[in-house]
Each structure stands twice: as C-alpha cells, then as structure tokens.
Design a protein around this ligand. Structure first.
Ligand SMILES: NC(=O)c1ccc[n+]([C@@H]2O[C@H](COP(=O)([O-])OP(=O)(O)OC[C@H]3O[C@@H](n4cnc5c(N)ncnc54)[C@H](OP(=O)(O)O)[C@@H]3O)[C@@H](O)[C@H]2O)c1
Length: 333
C-alpha cells in the first residue's frame, strides 16, 4: 500500500516537472523573442534619436578647427563641413587652407545645407598672433560655437640630448598655443552662455612612453588644463571635450621635432599602422555631437596600459624601461 502511494507521488512529481518544462518552453518561444526584439528596437530608437540630436547640434554652428591643413584636422574639416557646420579653418599655410576650402566647396553635395568656410592663418607659437587671430576668427561669423584645438607637433629624442628650447617649442605648440586661443575666445562664449571647447590630446596625455618626453608632457598638461576648464565652465553651460587618440596615419611623425630641433622626417611603423584619419574624424564628430567629456580613441592595448599605469604602476614602469632598452638597442644596431 505504502509503495503504491510512493509510486503515485513520484508519478505526480514527474508530471509536474514535465509541465514546468513545457511551460518554460512556451515562455521562451513566445515571450523571449518579442522581448529581445523590443530591446533591440528601443536601443535602435535611442541611437536614432541620439544621432538626430547630434546632427541638429552640429548643423549651422560655427566650428573653428586649428591644424586644418593636414591629417586629422583636414579630415575633421571634411566631416564637420558635410554635417552643415560653418567652418573657420586655421593653420600656418594660407595656400593649403585655400586649397582645402576649394576642395570642400566643390565636393559632392550633402543632404544638409553647407557653408563656405573662412580661413585664418597664424602660428600657435606666436602669442601676439593668437590674440589677433582670435579677433579675426570672431569677425568671420560674429561668434564661435565649437573650438577644436587640433594642431600639434610631435617629438622624438632622448631627454639627455634635448635642448630646453625644443621642450619649449613643443609646449608652445601643443599647450600654450591652444590655451591662449581658448582664453582669447572664452569671453565671447561666456557672454553667450554657449560654447564647446575640444582638445585633441593623445593616449600620451594619459601615459608617458620613452623618447617622447616633450610630447607626452605637453599632452598631460593639455589633459589637466582642459579638465580644470570643464569644471570651471559648467556654470556658463560651456562644454569641454578631451579626445585622446592612439596612433593615426598622418604626417605627425614626419613633422616631429628631434632633440636638436631638426625635423624627424620619417614615418614611424606605429604611425604608418595607425588608424585612418578620416575614421578618427568621424569619431571626433560623434564625440563632439554627443558632448562627451573624455574620450579615448584607441585599441585595447593602449587603453589597458592606462589602467595598468593607475592600478599597477610598478609593472607599467618596468614595461616602459624594457621598451626604452629595446628601442636603444635597435637604434645602436
Ligand atoms: N597622428 C597620430 O598618431 C596622433 C595620435 C594622437 C594624437 N594626435 C594629435 O592629433 C592632432 C593632429 O595631428 P595630426 O596627426 O593630424 O598631424 P599632422 O598631419 O602633422 O597635422 C598637424 C597640424 O598641426 C599644425 N601645426 C603644427 N604646428 C603648428 C603651429 N606652430 N601653429 C599652427 N599650426 C601648427 C600643422 O600645420 P602646418 O601644415 O602648418 O604644419 C598641421 O595642420 C595633434 O594634436 C596630435 O598631437 C595625433
């Protein structure tokens, strides 16, 4: 009798678990898929709205780009022009700026209304020229919405062989120049309670690698200055974005200065294997359009190195020392 009751109860439990499995099957087949599609739909809608907001933010706004004659700056000019921004292109070479203007205005029409860019020629290492240039920039459209501090110079050399004049020149181009230009344009942004300052820094603004001392120092200073600016400008609703790219395939290494101030004149393997500047410019456009505050545009390895520098500095320093040894050895061989 007892055995029969036990068997019955076991049968009942089995039936119940079978029912449970069937119920689960039903739920997964009927509820999970619609739920999944729902999530994808909401996410796509969110991205679409974000994209539309970004496009609206960039259309008809005055965007100043320094270092527009080459590399990333030139590509930024193309993507912001196509987005309908009113450009003020800056550089040292007036002819190259005019050539870019011609290229832009004769390029394939985009769906949005485009505007003929203005050009302003000045050298970022000349403080007097920067004040005059800021006045000229403001005269172009009457105001500035977005300032992209992109111009820069790189450096290759050992600290022991590098003259302080070279350190100063790199700092003037990459740090004091952009700081002076930003300060000259800020009052008009503050007055309008509207503006966005962008600094194109580098991964080397977050970690320092051997034989790049002046460059890494100038980019660390850039990161620090613009982080302070962001906090101080919040009260005026002025945005600050710092963008830190990894290697980009541009003329940066070719134009780099060496320990004695001469031109490096070679494209390093790392630069040659770097990202396409046109793609990086698209990422810059998206970061600015989304009003992001601090953006790293690099592969996994450099991004991990930033965390390593913070979490395991000892290990990071050993790796950099070993990199310096290797580079010295390859130069001597
Ligand atoms: N390429 C990379 O691997 C990489 C990686 C991370 C960050 N970045 C940063 O990206 C930015 C753009 O560099 P890029 O790679 O496009 O290099 P690039 O092709 O050499 O362009 C540099 C631009 O800066 C301008 N410039 C240099 N010195 C100047 C000065 N004293 N006054 C005014 N303009 C000056 C140059 O103008 P001229 O034509 O007159 O020389 C040129 O338009 C830089 O801030 C750089 O540090 C580059």
């Amino acid at each position: 009798m007892f055995c029969q009751v036990l068997k019955e109860s076991q049968k009942c439990t089995r039936r119940k678990s079978l029912l449970k499995v069937r119920a689960m099957d039903f739920i997964t087949s009927t509820a999970i898929l619609p739920l999944l599609f729902g999530c994808v739909g909401i996410f796509s809608l969110f991205r679409l709205l974000q994209w539309m907001r970004m496009k609206t933010y960039l259309r008809n706004v005055v965007v100043v780009i320094t270092g527009a004659t080459s590399g990333l700056g030139k590509e930024c000019a193309k993507v912001f022009y196509s987005a309908g921004s009113k450009l003020v292109l800056c550089g040292r070479n007036a002819e190259a700026l005019e050539e870019l203007t011609r290229e832009l205005t004769t390029s394939r029409a985009t769906k949005v209304q485009t505007h003929k860019p203005y050009t302003v020629t000045f050298d970022l290492t000349d403080p007097g020229a920067i004040v005059a240039a800021a006045a000229e920039i403001l005269q172009c459209f009457g105001y500035v919405d977005i300032l992209i501090n992109n111009a820069g110079i790189s450096y290759r050399g050992t600290i022991k062989d590098t003259t302080v004049d070279v350190d100063k020149r790199v700092m003037e181009t990459n740090y004091f120049g952009p700081v002076a230009l930003t300060k000259a344009l800020l009052p008009s942004m503050i007055k309008r309670r509207r503006g966005h300052v962008v600094a194109i820094s580098s991964i080397q603004g977050k970690i320092s690698i051997p034989f790049r001392s002046a460059y890494a120092a100038s980019k660390h200073a850039t990161q620090a200055f613009f982080d302070c600016l962001r906090a101080e400008m919040e009260q005026y609703e002025i945005e600050v974005t710092v963008i830190s790219p990894g290697y980009i395939h541009t003329n940066l290494s070719l134009n780099a200065t060496t320990a004695d101030g001469s031109r490096y004149g070679a494209t390093d393997k790392t630069t040659a294997q770097g990202r396409n500047p046109a793609e990086v410019a698209q990422d810059v456009l998206a970061a600015v359009g989304r009003k992001e505050k601090d953006v790293i545009l690099a592969d996994l390895l450099p991004s991990l190195a930033i965390y390593l520098r913070t979490l395991a500095p000892g290990l990071f320093f050993s790796l950099m020392a070993s990199r310096a040894r290797k580079e010295r050895k390859s130069k001597n061989s």
